[in-house]
Every structure is written in structure tokens, then in C-alpha cells.
Design a protein around this ligand. Structure first.
Ligand SMILES: Nc1ncnc2c1ncn2[C@@H]1O[C@H](COP(=O)(O)OP(=O)(O)OP(=O)(O)O)[C@@H](O)[C@H]1O
Ligand SMILES: [Mg+2]
Length: 261
């Protein structure tokens, strides 16, 4: 990472309710450009919801998300009672196209594995021939080139996760949002994913926000770590500080593998 880091995404005061239940409260988060930010947290803490808000798939009830320098036309999304879902708002389409979200349960379109990768490229105006060449290279790097012509819905869980990685590699979006990408990967797949993440950061200048339950994975890939607990970010810090000098006792216990009850 360069010494001067700017924030690609800045979250301020984000709140989210589902019915009467507040699942995200006063969320402040900084994602610096060209870095990997890992969000750790227990089940139901609000990690997926936060990632969906960052990816403009879900609206927040309050707060602001600033996307700095991703597209010239839109940079700030301010949420309030009258704000419609950004997923339905065409103004945010150019911004959404610069992000790739890979979820816990990857959205797989019908059709072949290959077409699942080429689709996003063709949507962005790349010719079929170029899209196929780039996609095949990405499938090779993600270790599933042999599955290219198989129906995507027949992939195993780990293969589907590799398909998500291949999509990211082919598209090389400025912002990558990954929800537990290694949850169904075997140790080889996990190593491959982590190496590719570091390659995307170091050689392609991409920025990633990665949700994981795996403290060891966070230690291996994170530049910054944020700990989300019961809808609040308890602590955000550079990796080494986060693990060796956590400020909050709940962070310390989580890092030590103790149950937070
Ligand atoms: N559409 C929804 N309607 C109602 N409640 C929801 C909805 N989506 C999420 N929730 C609730 O919000 C809380 C946070 O969910 P979220 O999926 O963000 O958690 P998470 O941190 O990703 O958990 P996990 O580690 O299990 O994936 C959960 O209690 C969940 O039940
Ligand atoms: Mg989740």
C-alpha cells in the first residue's frame, strides 16, 4: 500500500432496521483505496446486510456512504425516510457496475460456467471473443477451467465460490465486496483465493471488503480489520493493532476465540 492512503468508501452513521429490529447502528467505516478491509463478526451481527448496503443492493434507513473517485457522476448516497432503494435507482447503475459483489450464496445465472463470467464483460461492452478469452484465463486462474462448459447450477459449493473468484478476476472491478468467500472452499481453494486477493490488491490496484468468520484468514489478508458485533462496529484498526492491541474487551475475547455471550 502506498504511504498516502485515500478512502475509496466512507460510511458515516448508517442505520438499518428490519421491521422493529435495528440490525445496524451508527456504522462508521473507512475503506482505503487499494487495501483489503476484513469485516469480522458473529452470526447475525449484520455483516451481509452491511455489505449489501455498500454494494447498493439494500437501502439504509439513515446515514451516508461516500464512494470517492469510482465514477465521476455519483459519489454520495444519503439515506433518509424518502430515499428509494439504490438498487432500483438508475442513477446508481454506473457505480454499481464498478463493484462486484460475491455473496455467501453466489448468484448463479442459468447457462454455462463460462457464460456466467462472460455475461458481466459483455454487459460492459466487451466483444464476445474478447470476453471469452478473458473469462477462460480467469477460470484457469481460479482453478475451474475444466468446468467451463458445464451447467453452472450443477457446480459444487466450492466450485461456485471459485466461479465468483473467476468473475472478479475477469472483471477487475475497482471495488470487490466478498461475503465469506472461503466458507465452502477446501484448503487449496482458500489458499488460491487469498493469493488472488493479494494479487488483485498489489498488482491490479483493486480494493476489497471481505466478510469472514475466519480470524486466521483475516490475519493473512487484511490491511484493516473491523469487528461488527450486534449491529455495531466495535473496533476498526490496522491488522497488527487489531490483533495485538485490541482496544475493546469484546474484540480481545473474539480474537482469543472466546464465546461472546
Ligand atoms: N430481509 C430481512 N428481513 C428481516 N430480517 C433480516 C433480513 N435480512 C437480515 N435480517 C436479519 O438481520 C440480522 C443480520 O443479518 P445478516 O445477514 O446481515 O447477518 P450476518 O452477520 O451476515 O450473519 P451470518 O454470519 O450468519 O452470515 C439477522 O438477525 C437477520 O435475521
Ligand atoms: Mg452473512
Amino acid at each position: 500500500m502506498s504511504a498516502i492512503s485515500t478512502d475509496l468508501v466512507t460510511v458515516r452513521g448508517v442505520r438499518k432496521r428490519f421491521g422493529a429490529r435495528e440490525v445496524l447502528r451508527d456504522i462508521d467505516l473507512n475503506v482505503s483505496s487499494g487495501s483489503i478491509t476484513v469485516i469480522l463478526g458473529t452470526n447475525g451481527a449484520g455483516k451481509t446486510t452491511l455489505l449489501r448496503i455498500l454494494g447498493l443492493l439494500e437501502r439504509a434507513d439513515e446515514g451516508t456512504v461516500i464512494y470517492d473517485g469510482i465514477v465521476p457522476s455519483v459519489s454520495t448516497v444519503t439515506y433518509g425516510a424518502s430515499t428509494a432503494s439504490p438498487a432500483q435507482d438508475k442513477r446508481y447503475l454506473p457505480l454499481r457496475r464498478q463493484m462486484l459483489l460475491a455473496f455467501q450464496h453466489p448468484a448463479i445465472f442459468s447457462g454455462s460456467v463460462l457464460s456466467n463470467v462472460t455475461y458481466g464483460l459483455e454487459l460492459r461492452g466487451i466483444s464476445r471473443a474478447d470476453a471469452e478469452e478473458r473469462s477462460m484465463a480467469a477460470l484457469r486462474d481460479a482453478g475451474i477451467a475444466e468446468r467451463a462448459h458445464q451447467h453452472a447450477s450443477s457446480l459444487s459449493g466450492g466450485e461456485a465460490a471459485r466461479l465468483s473468484v473467476a468473475r472478479a478476476l475477469a472483471l477487475q472491478p475497482p471495488l470487490l465486496l466478498l461475503d465469506e468467500p472461503s466458507a465452502s472452499l477446501d484448503p487449496y481453494g482458500t489458499k488460491l483465493l487469498e493469493d488472488l486477493l493479494l494479487h488483485m490488491r498489489d498488482d491490479l490496484g483493486m480494493t476489497a471488503v471481505v466478510v469472514t468468520q475466519d480470524i486466521f484468514e483475516a490475519r493473512r489478508v487484511a490491511d484493516q480489520v473491523a469487528f461488527l458485533h450486534e449491529g455495531r462496529i466495535i473496533e476498526q484498526a490496522p491488522r497488527d493493532t487489531f490483533f495485538s492491541h485490541p482496544r475493546d474487551d469484546r474484540t480481545r475475547r473474539f480474537v482469543a476465540g472466546e464465546l461472546l455471550v
